[in-house]
Write a protein that binds this ligand. Sequence first.
Ligand code: NAD
Ligand code: UDP
Length: 338
Amino acid sequence: MGRLLITGGTGYIGSHAAVVLSKIGHDVVLYDNLSNSSRCVLENLNLIVGRQIPFVKGDVRDTELLISTLSAQGIDAVIHFAGLKAVGESVEQPVKYYGNNVQGSISLLQAMQAVQVKTLVFSSSATVYGEPQYLPLDERHPIRATNPYGRSKLYVEQMLSDVVSADAAWRIACLRYFNPVGAHESGLIGERPNGVPNNLMPYIIQVAAGQRPYLNVFGNDYSSTDGTGVRDYIHVMDLADGHAAALDFLDKTSGWHAINLGTGKGYSVLEVIKACEKATGRKVPYKIAARRAGDVAACYADPAKASERLNWTAKRSLDDMCHSSWRFQQKNRLRVTP
Ligand code: NAD
Ligand code: UDP
């Protein structure tokens, strides 16, 4: 079992990955600048795993700090979650996004190269597929991101592929996440949206909690069974398991690999509302609103490659996703910013 550096380790997905990887015996070190997370996450993580997880407060653009951390901690592999992820903000502030996501990744590669650590798992996104030309989306689907956030992921993926072409000692997995939702079963860690949630699940949960009066359903005239948008929601703990599987895979394989992490099943907005009503025992009022700009009708994964290569499939149901999101909300009585 190796020693892992997790950049963005106090964030939503990174913290769940830290739990899974610690529980299966990896020594993990978290590295985060706390721009979108807080030290409280660390305390809760320590409670869940029953020991102190080492933490370094730092920015991935600080190459020197990364080099000293990688060597002082004796790191064998890196999982790179650190980055910014709000699509709308990326359209308004592209330089901020390319700086954080692309420059940050270059800095990480420079540091890894300096200390000869050459195993990397990168957080990519299904957004690199752009508008689906066919469904389900497999990894051979053309790549065409439609906003700066998506392009930042795409550029990093391509850069990582070049790195492997230049030096066959590298082992890199780009994991293309579909729609991560849910929380750890303890309710101690989960997603803490900043301001008005952009994403469906946190918004529904706030409506169920009475913190917002109703949900706007963005469009009911898509060509799905009930007309609302369809997505591949994946439980964040399944996603975390996928990272453990990717590390095992990279232990045995070199090269560059792009792999979808999704369930393969799409749910409509109305189906998610219904599942959340059942899980919370609360009504989720909604109004049909106009389509949201840039939204696609449906997006779901072909998860066959992950199953074949990583020996991983998502196990948790939509009910599990709603239950755990609700437990996190209830346990933390998350404050809402208007
Ligand atoms: P998050 O914002 O909760 O976590 C990201 C963490 O990275 C935060 O703790 C933040 O403080 C940290 N960070 C940001 N910039 C940094 C920098 N320059 N240096 C050091 N730390 C920095 O987001 P998340 O949902 O956990 O996403 C993790 C990764 O997965 C991101 O790269 C994101 O683009 C990708 N991803 C997320 C989703 C999703 O829906 N959540 C979907 C696909 C891909
Ligand atoms: N959605 C919605 N109301 C909201 C937020 C999202 O109807 O307040 C819909 C959205 O149009 C899409 C689905 O829910 O069909 C998932 O949206 P989300 O932003 O969570 O994920 P993404 O669109 O980025 O895949």
